[in-house]
Design a protein around this ligand. Structure first.
Ligand SMILES: Cc1cc2nc3c(=O)[nH]c(=O)nc-3n(C[C@H](O)[C@H](O)[C@H](O)COP(=O)(O)OP(=O)(O)OC[C@H]3O[C@@H](n4cnc5c(N)ncnc54)[C@H](O)[C@@H]3O)c2cc1C
Length: 515
C-alpha cells in the first residue's frame, strides 16, 4: 500500500516510545499554552520534548467558548495593555497563523425593553472602542467588519427568535474558532514539523530545572529525562508540579443545543446578565449544527478534577439569562449536552478576577519556568514570553521568536483556501491539508463515498477525519477521536451513534501499520 507523502515528523506519539533521554527544552502540558511553547522553542531551532499526561487538549483548552477575542472586556476595566495584546494576537491568528481555523463571527445584542437607552448607548460606545482596538492592532476591516446599530427588521432577520418587541440591535464582530481542540492539535503538529517530539499519555511525576521523572501511562514505565530548560504549562494543575504557585480556578459552563432550538439564527446572540454591567450570556452558533450557550464564572475550591462537571445551578442560570433575549425561552428539553472548564487564574491576592487573567511567567527556586493564566487567544505571546524566560534562566542560546510570522500547518490566504480541492468541511478544519486527509483515507483502502459520508444526518464528521486523527494526530482510542480530534462527544447521544465508526477508524489505521 502506498501512503501519501507526508512529513514523518508531523505526527503525535502516544506513549514514550522513541523519546530522547536528553533535550534542550522539556515542555509539560499540551493545552494551547504547552503546544504553543513547543512550537515557539522548536521553531527557534531548539530540541524539544513535549508531554501530556492524557492527550493533546485534554484540559481547559477544549472547554472554552472558542472565541478569539479582541479584549474588549479588559478595556472596559481600564486594562488597556491587556486588551491591546489580545487584539494584536487575534489579528495574527486571523490573518497569518490560522486563517483556516478562525473566522469572523457576527455578534448581535438585541435591544429589548429591559435595555434602557443609556445602556444601549454604553453598549454602542463599547463596541466602538472594540473597533478602535482592532484598528490599533492593525487588523484589516475586511477581516473584522465595523460594528453598527441595526434596525428592528434587520435584527429579526438575523435572529428571528429574538423578542418581538426589540427596537433594534447592536451588531459587532469578533473571531471564532472552528474548534479549540483543533487549534491545539494544529499547533502541536506544527511543532512536530519543526522537529519537536510530542508525546501524549506521558505524565511528569516530578520536575526540576534540569529534567523530570516521566511515567508512560500506557506501560507504567518510569524514566528520567535531562533537559537544559523545563517549562511547566499544566494550567489549573500547575501548582501540583511546582511549589510557590497559587491558583484560584474559576468554572465556566456551556450548554449545547441543536440548531433547531434557535431556528433561523445567523449570528451569535448576546443577552445581558441582569444587574451586572458588561456581562453577557452568549448563544454561539457552531459549524456542526449546534449552539453553545455560555458562560458562567464561578470561583471553585478543592481538588481539581480531571474533567469538571457542569452543575445544575449553572444550567438554570444560563437558560434564565438567555430567556431575556428570546421570544420563546429555551427549556431543559432543548439541552442536548453541557460542559464545564476551569480557568487557570493566578491568585492575585484579592484583586479582581480580571486582573488575574493576565498571564504570568514564574521561575521556581529550582529553575522550573511556569507559564500560566492568560487565555487561548494570547497563547502565542505567552509561549514567546515563557521561552524567552527559559533561555535567560538556562543560558541556552537560540534564534529570536518567529511565531508571529509562522503559519500553522494548513494555513493559507482566503484565496488559497477557496481554491483547495476538497469538501468544505475538511477545508474549514484542515485548511490546505484537507486533500491530504482525503488521500490518506483512500490510501487506507476506503472509497471516496465511505471516507466522506457524514456519520449521521446530525453528525457531519467523516470517517476520513477519524482515520487522519489516528494516523497523523496521535489518537489512541475512541475518546481521543470523539472528544478531541472531533467534538462529537459534546452531545452524549451523538457519541453513542459515532462510536462504531471511531472503532472502525482505529482498526483501519492499525491494520495498515501491521501490513
Ligand atoms: C469556560 C471557559 C471558556 C473560555 N473561553 C475562552 C475563549 O473563548 N477565548 C479565549 O481566548 N480563552 C478562553 N478561555 C481561557 C482558555 O481556555 C485558557 O486560558 C487556556 O485554554 C488554558 O490553556 P493551558 O494550556 O494553559 O491549560 P490546559 O488546556 O488545561 O492544559 C494543561 C495540560 O496539562 C496537562 N497536565 C497536567 N498535569 C500534567 C502532568 N503532571 N504531566 C503532564 N501533563 C500534565 C493536562 O492534561 C492538560 O492537557 C476560557 C476558559 C474557560 C474555562
Amino acid at each position: 500500500m502506498t501512503l501519501p507523502s507526508l512529513d514523518a515528523h508531523a505526527t503525535l506519539t502516544p506513549g514514550s516510545a522513541g523519546m530522547p533521554a536528553l533535550t534542550d527544552v522539556l515542555v509539560i502540558g499540551l493545552g494551547v499554552t504547552g503546544a504553543g511553547v513547543a512550537l515557539d522553542a522548536a521553531s527557534r531551532g531548539l530540541d524539544v520534548v513535549a508531554v501530556d499526561a492524557f492527550d493533546v487538549a485534554w484540559g481547559t483548552s477544549r472547554w472554552s467558548s472558542k472565541l478569539v477575542h479582541g479584549g474588549l472586556r479588559y478595556l472596559a476595566k481600564g486594562q488597556v495593555a491587556v486588551a491591546h495584546e489580545s487584539a494584536v494576537e487575534r489579528g495574527i491568528l486571523m490573518e497569518v497563523t490560522a486563517p483556516h481555523l478562525v473566522h469572523p463571527l457576527p455578534m448581535l445584542m438585541p435591544l429589548t425593553a429591559e435595555i434602557s437607552a443609556s445602556q444601549a448607548w454604553l453598549a454602542r460606545r463599547g463596541v466602538g472602542a472594540g473597533d478602535l482596538l482592532r484598528r490599533l492592532a492593525g487588523t484589516a476591516r475586511e477581516t473584522l467588519p465595523r460594528p453598527r446599530r441595526i434596525s428592528a427588521t434587520e435584527t429579526r432577520t438575523l435572529a428571528p427568535v429574538a423578542r418581538h418587541d426589540v427596537r433594534g440591535g447592536i451588531l459587532s464582530w469578533d473571531g471564532q474558532l472552528e474548534d479549540d481542540a483543533r487549534l491545539v492539535l494544529d499547533i502541536a503538529r506544527t511543532a512536530t514539523s519543526y522537529g519537536a517530539h510530542v508525546h501524549t499519555r506521558v505524565r511528569a511525576i516530578s520536575v526540576t530545572g534540569t529534567g523530570a521523572v516521566l511515567r508512560d501511562e500506557l506501560t507504567g514505565e518510569e524514566r528520567r529525562i535531562e533537559a537544559r530548560a523545563v517549562i511547566n504549562a499544566t494550567g489549573v494543575w500547575a501548582d501540583q508540579l511546582v511549589e510557590g504557585i497559587s491558583l484560584k480556578p474559576s468554572r465556566g459552563t456551556h450548554l449545547v443545543v441543536r440548531r433547531e432550538a434557535l431556528p433561523g439564527v445567523r449570528c451569535a446572540l448576546m443577552a445581558p446578565v441582569p444587574g451586572a454591567s458588561n456581562r453577557f450570556v452568549f448563544a454561539l452558533p457552531q459549524p456542526d449544527g449546534t449552539f453553545y450557550v455560555g458562560l458562567t464564572d464561578e470561583p471553585v475550591s478543592g481538588a481539581v478534577p480531571d474533567v469538571p462537571e457542569p452543575p445544575e445551578e449553572d444550567v438554570d442560570f444560563l437558560l434564565s439569562v438567555m430567556a431575556g433575549a428570546l421570544e420563546q425561552p429555551l427549556t431543559r428539553a432543548d439541552v442536548v449536552g453541557a460542559y464545564a472548564g476551569l480557568r487557570p487564574l493566578l491568585d492575585s491576592n484579592g484583586s479582581t478576577a480580571d486582573l488575574s487573567r493576565r498571564h504570568a511567567v514564574l521561575v521556581s527556586e529550582q529553575g522550573v519556568v511556569t507559564v500560566v493564566g492568560g487565555k487561548l487567544t494570547t497563547y502565542r505571546r505567552m509561549a514567546e514570553d515563557a521561552v524567552d524566560k527559559a533561555l535567560s534562566v538556562s543560558g541556552l542560546r537560540a534564534r529570536p521568536c518567529r511565531t508571529r510570522q509562522l503559519p500553522l500547518l494548513g494555513a493559507g490566504s482566503h484565496a488559497e483556501l477557496a481554491a483547495v480541492d476538497a469538501p468544505a468541511r475538511l477545508v474549514r478544519r484542515f485548511g490546505t491539508e484537507a486533500p491530504l486527509v482525503v488521500a490518506n483515507a483512500l490510501a487506507h483502502g476506503l472509497t471516496r463515498n465511505e471516507a466522506l459520508a457524514p456519520v449521521s444526518p446530525t453528525i457531519p464528521a467523516t470517517l476520513a477525519e477519524l482515520v487522519f486523527g489516528v494516523t497523523h494526530e496521535g489518537a489512541a482510542d475512541v475518546a481521543d477521536l470523539l472528544d478531541r480530534r472531533t467534538r462529537i462527544g459534546l452531545v452524549p447521544a451523538d457519541r453513542v451513534v459515532a462510536e462504531p465508526l471511531a472503532r472502525r477508524a482505529l482498526a483501519i489505521a492499525k491494520a495498515s501499520t501491521i501490513s
